[in-house]
Write a protein that binds this ligand. Structure first.
Ligand SMILES: Nc1ncnc2c1ncn2[C@@H]1O[C@H](COP(=O)(O)OP(=O)(O)OP(=O)(O)O)[C@@H](O)[C@H]1O
Ligand SMILES: [Mg+2]
Length: 241
């Protein structure tokens, strides 16, 4: 088994005078898709912001590929492609121009063939490639942002509700793409409310509540992977656990 690429230990982090993360432990390994689930306001996006070094912990530690996000943000961010909760594209630029522009901000360029491949992989229809993003639907924006994250070819993917706005066919295709990333050895941490999607693609599912991981499930070998009923009960609070 690989060493964890992301290792969070006993993390405490306050926001607005309130403890949002309160003793969080979480690990993500290379070649693993780790789904982070939890209710609204549970601290999922906060966890991603802390991994990226946008928020500083009060106590505890975060290591990303051996680097500390608050002390070495550049090293950490180079290793991560981040899909934010609210995708922001340049409205007057096309999908293609958005990709080129964001890649250049990251100090990267890609061959047109690679950009085509990424846009095809997310199933953004070709007429949209050279259309201004200002006229895009939510799903089209999301697909453009996913294509960008894939093009970065980083060892770590942090995804905040990546399938929000995607139709079922696109979600299915996205889960397939994530599987391919895992097979390439990428470490994926994905925040989602899609329990079914998580059960399809994740290797581990963690449930965040009260600022810490209270339950964790590991996929079993074989087609079923996770038993859905206990997962659903745990997340909807219907179970005595
Ligand atoms: N900018 C901010 N300033 C102060 N408090 C914040 C800020 N952003 C979030 N919080 C608080 O931090 C807590 C966790 O928020 P966070 O966005 O991490 O939740 P989440 O688990 O991602 O929820 P959701 O499923 O709704 O996206 C919430 O109580 C929220 O009010
Ligand atoms: Mg969130």
């Amino acid at each position: 088994m690989h060493e964890p690429v992301i290792a969070i230990r006993s993390l405490k982090l306050d926001r607005g005078g309130r403890a949002v993360l309160d003793g969080l432990d979480l690990e993500v390994r290379a070649g693993e898709v780790h789904a982070l689930l939890g209710g609204n306001g549970a601290g999922k996006s906060t966890t991603l912001a802390a991994i990226l070094g946008f928020l500083k912990p009060g106590s505890g530690s975060i290591h990303v590929g051996g680097h500390c996000p608050s002390r070495e943000p550049d090293e950490v961010r180079r290793a991560i492609a981040f899909l934010p909760e609210n995708v922001a594209l340049y409205e007057h630029l096309s999908a293609w121009e958005n990709l080129s522009y964001f890649l250049s901000l990251a100090g990267e360029t890609r061959e047109p063939a690679a950009m085509e491949q990424a846009l095809n992989a997310v199933q953004l229809h070709a007429q949209a490639w050279n259309t201004r993003a200002g006229g895009f639907s939510k799903g089209m924006r999301q697909k453009t942002a996913i294509a960008l994250a894939l093009l970065r070819r980083t060892p770590i993917l942090l995804l905040d509700e990546p399938t929000t706005g995607l139709d079922p066919a696109a979600t299915h295709e996205f889960n397939r793409l994530l599987g391919a990333q895992r097979d390439r050895g990428v470490a994926v941490l994905m925040v989602t409310h899609d329990l079914l999607g998580a059960a399809q693609v994740a290797d581990r599912i963690s449930m965040l509540r009260g600022g810490r991981v209270v339950r964790e499930w590991t996929a079993s070998p074989g087609p079923e992977r996770f038993a859905l009923a206990p997962l659903y009960q745990a997340f909807t609070g219907e179970s005595a656990q």
